[in-house]
Design a protein around this ligand. Structure first.
Ligand SMILES: [Fe+2]
Length: 247
């Protein structure tokens, strides 16, 4: 073994993997039903990559959005079954389940209390907001969800740039027992510089409960790989505060 092989081997060993996180709680891996994976082959490749990063459980979360992705629990669960059959061929020791990433539109609000939502773990529901304009009635919606027994997880709070310079809104949501799930890739700055700054502040202030890949494609995997030695990511993982293992 040459010197550089030796060096590479040992540098690789020093980089942390993501096995301490255990479960990835946010991704788009049911083929062809949202803006994530486009085929079974792509899904299998992405799942294999998550396994290589150290994950042993994946709860994939397709978009449910009344304007763009009219997915239903039936569509999502049928896609999951198809994916599970294909996964058996790979014989990877990875558990895959499905829930959803609910967009907080009017259709969603109408369903609270009347329709059973797809949840993660012990009744956690993952929801997202508009990237363009602040939601009007978020506190009412959260209250309705919580009184119906759901534990609310806000997907990537750092990506709502209208709140990036208004930390009070994040604190108000935390006061209302909203769990925060950040995206690993927000630490790269590829979504926006202000999301990167915000995610770092959320970590510093101990306001992060869950971390997710929000994996849509191979590009996201490549970005995650560049972040494995990111000091904020390591601080968060080592804090012991992440709740991913509960899912
Ligand atoms: Fe997502």
């Amino acid at each position: 073994m040459g010197f550089f092989d030796f060096l590479n081997k040992n540098i690789t060993k020093l980089l942390p993997d993501l096995s301490i996180i255990g479960t990835d709680i946010h991704s788009h891996l049911i083929p062809g039903i949202d803006d994530g994976s486009k085929s079974v082959e792509e899904s299998l490749m992405l799942i294999h990559e998550l396994y290589e990063l150290g994950y042993h459980k994946i709860v994939t979360t397709p978009h449910i959005m009344s304007d763009y992705y009219k997915n239903t629990p039936e569509i999502i669960l049928a896609g999951l079954e198809r994916l599970r059959r294909e996964l058996e061929i790979l014989k990877l020791p990875v558990t895959i389940e499905a829930a959803a990433e609910y967009y907080l539109d009017y259709e969603f609000q109408k369903k609270i209390g009347t329709e059973k939502f797809l949840t993660l773990g012990d009744n956690y529901i993952l929801f997202e907001l508009s990237y363009l304009s602040p939601p009007q009635s978020i506190e009412n919606v959260i209250f309705n969800l919580q009184t119906n027994g759901y534990k609310t997880i806000l997907a990537h709070p750092e990506r709502y740039i209208y709140w990036n310079n208004n930390f009070e809104m994040y604190e108000r949501l935390k006061d209302r027992d909203v769990y925060f799930q950040i995206n690993i890739n927000s630490l790269s700055g590829e979504y926006s510089p202000s999301s990167k700054k915000t995610v770092e502040t959320l970590i510093k202030k101990n306001m992060v409960d869950f971390i997710g890949s929000d994996l849509h494609n191979m590009h996201h995997i490549e970005t995650i790989k560049t972040l494995l030695d990111n000091k904020h990511l390591i601080k968060l993982i080592e804090s012991g505060k992440l709740l991913n293992h509960k899912i």
